[in-house]
Design a protein around this ligand. Structure first.
Ligand code: FE
Ligand code: FE
Ligand code: ZN
Length: 280
């Protein structure tokens, strides 16, 4: 079964209940939330989540493990000067996830800045080991990045190195189609080659989440600007093929596409993408 949903806001008054109801109204069977604003680390206490009500009313429709949590962008576990803060914050974020029973925490690997990619990667590996050693159950899912500035993770081999050195099942990869494309992976014209490469590098089995987005820019632009499905350079067909690729069967897929005229169009995008299911 295809698992498809979108980014949904998580806010007062109903928190979990509102978010899951909104996802269901889009025809989604999964969703991704930030536990506060993506740009900051302010978080409300778990008592405010309306967890009991969610559990009673909605958890049979979308269970906790199908609610993806995205860490805020501003934590940087790759920067030696910022990693202590990132570790402390992410441990608490995972404890909040444990309260709900969520499984996957999507994390941007961060930027190495003046320290260079080698020290950045080393710092990232150390940060992840520490977070995993101090938490339970939740898996940290590293997102592929577009390669803006000194971002780590635009090259799949960097993520491979992290996975091999951390060597823990509580680690995974999130493939973001906009980021892959912007980083130079041609998933439009050579999707099968890309999947073969993932398999040969032993990375395929680590893929736990997909972010399905079109891109406002051409291949290898390193810009990271998401576009609505079918409105960008990757195009509808290629993104639908990605979603239905047999190598990625059952992997949770999340849309992070822009709003149009002040509102999300996830419902339309989900409907169009799933139209293929009827053909199969
Ligand atoms: Fe992300
Ligand atoms: Fe993403
Ligand atoms: Zn992005």
């Amino acid at each position: 079964m295809i698992k498809l949903g979108s980014h949904i806001s998580f806010k007062s008054p109903g928190y979990l209940v509102n978010s899951v109801e909104e996802a269901i109204s889009y025809g989604a069977n999964t969703l991704m939330i930030y536990l506060g604003a993506p740009q900051n680390t302010k978080r409300v206490t778990t008592e405010k989540y309306f967890y009991e009500e969610y559990l009673e009313k909605l958890s049979k429709i979308i269970p906790p493990k199908d609610i993806i949590i995205h860490a805020p962008y501003i934590v940087n576990p790759s920067n030696p000067e910022k990693s202590e803060f990132a570790i402390e914050f992410l441990i608490q974020e995972i404890e909040r996830m444990n309260y709900i029973g969520c499984k996957y925490l999507v994390l941007h690997p961060g930027s190495s800045l003046k320290f260079g990619s080698e020290l950045g990667l080393k710092t990232l590996i150390k940060s992840i080991k520490k977070i995993l050693s101090k938490t339970l159950e939740v898996e940290i899912i590293l997102e592929t990045m577009s390669g803006k500035g000194s971002e780590i993770g635009s090259n799949l081999l960097e993520l491979k190195q992290v996975i091999e050195e951390v060597n823990d099942d509580r680690l995974g990869i999130c493939l973001d189609t906009c980021h892959l494309w912007d980083a130079g992976y041609d998933i439009k014209n050579n999707l099968n080659d890309f999947m073969r490469k993932l398999k040969n590098e032993n990375l395929l089995k680590w893929v736990k989440v997909i972010h399905l987005n079109d891109s406002k820019n051409d291949l290898n632009s390193h810009k990271d600007r998401h576009e609505n499905i079918g409105k960008g350079f990757i195009g509808f067909k290629a993104l639908q093929n990605f979603l239905f690729h047999p190598s990625l069967e059952g992997v949770i897929t999340i849309l992070e596409t822009p709003w149009v005229d002040g509102k999300p169009i996830y419902k339309e995008e989900i409907k169009k993408l799933l139209a293929k299911e009827k053909e199969l």
